[in-house]
Write a protein that binds this ligand. Sequence first.
Ligand code: FAD
Length: 392
Amino acid sequence: KFPPINGDFYDTREYLNADEKLVLDSVRRFMIEEIEPIATEYWMKGEFPFQIIEKMKRLNIMGLTYNKNLGGQERSNLLEGMVGEEIARIDVSICTFFGVHAGLAMNSVYHCGSPEQIEEFIPPMIAMEKIGAFGLTEPEVGSAASMGLTTTCKREGDTWTINGEKKWIGNATFADIIIIWAKDEDDHQVKGFIVDRNTNGLETEKIEDKMSLRIVQNAIIRMKNVKVSEERRLQRANSFKDTARVLKMTRAGVAWQAVGCARGAYEHTLDYTMKRRQFDRPIAGFQMTQDLLSQMLSQLTAMQCMVARLSSLQDQGSMSDEQASLAKVFCTVGCRTITSMSRELMGANGILISNKVARFLGDAEALYSYEGTKQINSLVVGRAITGLSAFV
Ligand code: FAD
């Protein structure tokens, strides 16, 4: 019933045990049956298919690596990465929704929250009873978030007041809680807050005119004297270094998403070139087509092997920032190359959104830029190689 697995040439799936393969198969079935038939329509409309949330709850994939006492499954980062690949292989926007909620927002609470905050927020987030968003980027501060946040927080008694704007915040139009990162007016350190979206003074405005990840609801957030209690301040977030601990995890996730996006494009293109006939034969039979297919597969295979090893390092607890950044760069650059070769091989049909590959091509652009652009992640790696920081 399902298409053959032809974009996993070195059988990375074999790293999983039989039980883990069942999880992956259930995700594949969900994506093919529930998402693939509607992805193009919702991408074109720029809307999120809210009806899938109930079905996603049943799929039960939001807490794969979390402890069972929090409602999680205590499974490996490798499985979680492959789940991300499987989702992105059909639609990168849905994978971004997963990445923002289960990656950025939940990791912020888990890695920067107190035991009480973890106990209060993680179980309902795993169950998708509460959906999360993550607000770091601002209209005028993107790559330089580590030093230049202009959103401020100020404490008076046990109440904090937050003022400022955020931009690009995924899920923010409908999330129950938004993690807001702001600079303390007194000690000038970055702090994190778990903010209810409906708090007085907080407004969201959907960004409408994207050419990438159109299903994801990105928003501008405006905050005017938003009051948050000390109880809602992430108790273990004391500076941007703590925000960076969250980003390390999610950069590994973006690398997996890029693998999935590239794989979806490659597999669809392979199928197309086998069926499309010119000069009385399938275009897949031409030498130059095969050269491109072979280049795509070699790039894709290298990416898959890299992220599989990265997740093993994560499972051992030894993945470094630089290792995550290197994979994020390598896989998003490769994804851009593969999706562009895919489009080329499909000729004019390659620019039609209904033919899927154009959607992957557009989506690859956001992967390339978010969670640290290619340049910023390369500088993280460059600093590790040379010992010299090229940041200011
Ligand atoms: P800029 O920082 O303005 O960079 C522009 C260019 O300058 C880039 O090419 C960059 O690499 C280059 N550049 C900047 N500094 C240097 C340097 N020192 N050396 C060399 N080159 C440099 N943010 C959130 O907080 N939450 C979200 O949920 C979220 N979701 C997103 C979803 C999408 C679809 C997109 C597109 C973005 C999202 N972002 C989110 C924001 C994202 O993380 C930022 O876009 C990213 O960090 C880059 O910032 P910027 O776009 O402002 O680019």
